[in-house]
Design a protein around this ligand. Structure first.
Ligand code: TYD
Length: 196
C-alpha cells in the first residue's frame, strides 16, 4: 500500500481536540492544514446530514465520505499534489474515521470503499474518555447525529483496536493522551512531527 510522505492525519472521538491542535499548526511554514469532511460541495452535503438537516441512509453517508475524500486527495491542489511538491499536509480525519464511525453502522462497506486510498506517513490517535470529550463540547451550539455517549464509546473502542493495526501497514502511529492540557498535547505532536 502506498504511503504518502509528509501526509499526517489526526483521529479521535468527537471532542478529542483534533480541531484545536490543527488550528495551532495553521500558519506553520510549509504546512497545509485541512479537514474531512471538506468544505467542498460533497463535504457541505455531509455536514448538513451530520446536523440532521438532510436525512440520508448510513450507507449513503459512507459513499459520500469516500467521494469527498477522493476530491480531497486527487483534485488540483489536493493532498497528493501538495505532498508531492514538498508541503506537509495535516488532515483532521481521514479513512480511519470512516472505518470507525461508518463501520459501527454499515459493517464492511467503509472498509471496501476506503481500502485503496493511499496511507499517511503519520497517524495521531487522540485517545480520551468520551465522557470527558463530551464535557468539552457542552458549549458548542449544534449537536450532530453521532454525538451521543453510547455511540462515542463504540467509536473509541474501534479506534483502540484499529489504530495500532495501521503499524502493520507501515504507518507510524502515535497514541496521544488527549485528556492532557492543550499545550502538552501540542508539544507531543511537534515532537512526533520533528522525528519524521
Ligand atoms: P468533526 O471532525 O468533529 O468536525 P466538527 O467539529 O466541525 O463537527 O466532525 C466530523 C464528524 O464526521 C465526526 O462526528 C466524525 C464524522 N466522520 C465520519 O463519520 N466519517 C468520516 O469518514 C469522517 C471524515 C468524519
Amino acid at each position: 500500500m502506498e504511503i504518502v510522505k509528509r501526509f499526517i492525519v489526526f483521529e479521535g472521538v468527537d471532542g478529542s481536540g483534533t480541531s484545536t491542535q490543527l488550528e495551532l499548526l495553521n500558519g506553520e511554514p510549509g504546512v497545509w492544514t485541512t479537514c474531512e469532511p471538506t468544505d467542498g460541495p460533497i463535504g457541505r452535503l455531509i455536514r448538513s446530514a451530520l446536523r440532521g438537516k438532510t436525512t440520508l441512509r448510513p450507507e449513503t453517508l459512507a459513499l459520500l465520505f469516500a467521494a469527498d475524500r477522493t476530491e480531497h486527495l486527487f483534485a488540483k491542489d489536493g493532498v497528493i499534489e501538495r505532498c508531492s511538491r514538498g508541503e506537509t499536509v495535516v488532515s483532521d480525519r481521514y479513512t480511519l474515521s470512516s472505518m470507525v464511525y461508518q463501520g459501527v453502522l454499515c459493517g464492511d462497506l467503509p472498509f471496501n470503499l476506503n481500502k485503496d486510498f493511499p496511507l499517511p506517513e503519520l497517524l495521531f490517535f487522540f485517545d480520551i474518555d468520551p465522557r470527558i470529550a463530551a464535557q468539552r463540547m457542552e458549549s458548542r451550539p449544534v449537536r450532530e447525529i453521532y454525538e451521543y455517549i453510547e455511540f462515542q464509546e463504540l467509536v473509541r473502542d474501534r479506534y483502540k483496536t484499529l489504530a495500532p493495526q495501521w503499524r502493520q501497514k507501515g504507518v507510524r502511529v502515535a497514541v496521544i493522551d488527549a485528556s492532557e492540557p492543550i499545550a502538552i498535547v501540542a508539544r507531543e505532536i511537534m515532537r512526533e512531527i520533528d522525528a519524521l
